[in-house]
Design a protein around this ligand. Structure first.
Ligand SMILES: [Cu+2]
Length: 498
């Protein structure tokens, strides 16, 4: 939904609400009771540093889940294949050691097959860390394997039927889940329950204990995760200090800035949040002097840190009921340009650190509406223009730095958040779309074409990205889980350009 164009000038009175964002059949028994006790499963080994990274795999997308029981013993395997251009997934699996008869089977939200709290009983249960049913349509409703995702959990799959020998085999196609996009199930878990599923009762169809679990692991792709500390970090921005080999990322929740050694993965608290104007950190930019520029989100600030992480300056935007200073970029003209997702204005900061409103967007083709408006911003290397993503419309805009003319480059980039521009190739982190997209731009940056989309190994609300040498690093912000329980550790994920 779009609001009417704002009629005010640069007094910034926007009061828009901030909406951050943000089956088949199977066959069969003998009595081999499946263990259902809570037994600690060996922790999933932390990913070593698999360098160099291999290029992303061609279509079709494939994933595999090695299925284990609560004792950690391997009891089967599932494969998932998504043809190029298709949303549906072909699922094949074989599991042994089940009790004969029907078993509920679902995709659960998280990646971990470890014990965890069952919110229904507040007790620790086997595979509780896998969380609840994957619910991309936010239906909050358990349904059938054919219920649309707006009305029922996307993770509700057909029941599995074990034969008298305790083995179950299944092969089916489902469009409830996908391996890419908003229904993307990579790095989530396939769960088999002790009992049949009535495909009706919340939250899990009375299907009982969780007895078999496996994480959907993308095949043919190597990635490297950098783990971040904190249970409520919700990282948003990232910048790379090539001189020191440090990735800097900030918490949208508390303003902490962390420095991650890109080689070793070691993380240090670079600058604690909580200082004036630094209760939150969103978009980040490093300048050639090694100073870190921080967009302050709802505080309406831009902070600047020196190389050591000390606060050099906190710049305030004009008072407003609902600011959201989201991202910033240093242009070749020496000015830092700043987006605000709630107020239709582009700010800029001069080389001597004076902040001013540079462009009032009322009267331009950019119309502010509900949700997150202008967000990721980059300057073109020729110094002619800014490219800016509008999250709630999926538009990419070009703003001419000399004439201030605004023109739409392209649309179709739903949930576009942060940007990384490399020549005429633009990478776009698209948060709830759960992909990184690659756009090829014309020489004048006036038009562009979406040429590729990558879910990588599964992305959790990717907010933005940066380059480390020939690789890219994306932030998995999980900002859509700020009112729930995020998966920890939070991660930055490094991958090869595609
Ligand atoms: Cu389940």
């Amino acid at each position: 939904m779009k609001a009417q164009p704002a009629t005010f000038g640069l007094t910034l009175l926007a009061t828009l609400t901030l909406g951050l964002a943000t089956a088949g059949g199977l066959e069969p028994p003998v009595t081999v009771p499946a263990p259902v006790q809570t037994v600690p499963v060996p922790p999933v080994p932390a990913q070593p540093a698999p360098m160099p990274l291999r290029p992303t795999a061609p279509q079709p997308l494939t994933a595999r889940a090695d299925l284990v029981n609560p004792g950690g013993e391997r009891v089967g395997q599932a494969t998932f294949v998504q043809a190029s251009g298709s949303h549906s997934v072909q699922v094949s699996l074989e599991v042994e050691g089940l009790t004969p008869g029907q078993h509920g089977m679902h995709i659960h939200e998280n990646s971990a097959c470890a014990p965890g709290i069952d919110p229904a009983t507040n007790t620790t249960v086997a595979f509780g860390a896998a969380g609840g049913h994957f619910d991309p349509g936010q239906s909050s409703n358990h349904g059938t394997p054919t219920t649309p995702n707006k009305e029922g959990h996307g993770g509700d799959l057909p029941m599995l039927t074990a034969g008298a020998d305790g083995t179950a085999r299944a092969s089916f196609t489902t469009d409830k889940i996908s391996l890419s996009g908003p229904d993307g199930s990579l790095a989530r878990t396939l769960m088999i329950h002790a009992q049949a599923d009535d495909h009706q009762s919340d939250p899990a169809g009375k299907s009982g204990a969780r007895i078999v679990c496996g994480t959907l692991v993308r095949q043919g792709l190597s990635l490297r995760d950098y783990e971040l500390p904190g249970a409520q970090t919700f990282p948003e921005g990232v910048a790379y200090d090539a001189q020191r080999g440090l990735l800097l990322t900030g918490s949208s929740q508390n303003g902490n800035i962390y420095a991650v050694n890109a080689q070793s993965g070691e993380v240090k608290l670079h600058s604690p949040g909580g200082a004036v104007g630094r209760q939150a950190a969103v978009g980040l930019e490093l300048d050639p002097q090694g100073r870190l520029w921080i967009a302050g989100g709802a505080q309406g600030t831009v902070s600047v840190l020196d190389k050591g992480g000390m606060v050099l300056k906190v710049l305030e935007t004009p008072k407003s009921p609902a600011p959201f200073v989201n991202d910033l970029t240093l242009a070749p003209d020496g000015f830092v340009y700043v987006t605000d997702s709630q107020r239709p204005v582009i700010f800029r900061v001069s080389p001597d650190m004076e902040l001013s409103a540079w462009l009032d967007l009322s009267g331009t083709p950019i119309q502010y509406g509900e949700g997150v408006n202008l967000n990721g911003i980059v300057a073109t290397p020729d110094g002619r223009a800014l490219l800016i993503a509008q999250t709630n419309t999926g538009d990419l805009w070009r703003v001419d730095l000399r004439t201030k003319a605004v023109a739409r480059v392209m649309t179709g980039l739903d949930h576009a958040d942060g940007l990384w521009l490399d020549g005429r190739t633009l990478y776009v982190a698209r948060n709830t779309a759960q992909v990184v997209s690659r756009v090829e731009l014309a020489a004048d940056y006036a038009s562009g074409t979406l040429v590729a989309e990558e879910p990588l190994g599964g992305l959790r609300f990717p907010t933005t990205l940066t380059a480390v040498g020939n690789d890219l690093v994306v932030v998995q912000g999980q900002l859509n889980r700020r009112s729930g329980t995020p998966e920890t550790p939070f991660k930055l994920t490094r991958f090869s350009r595609f």
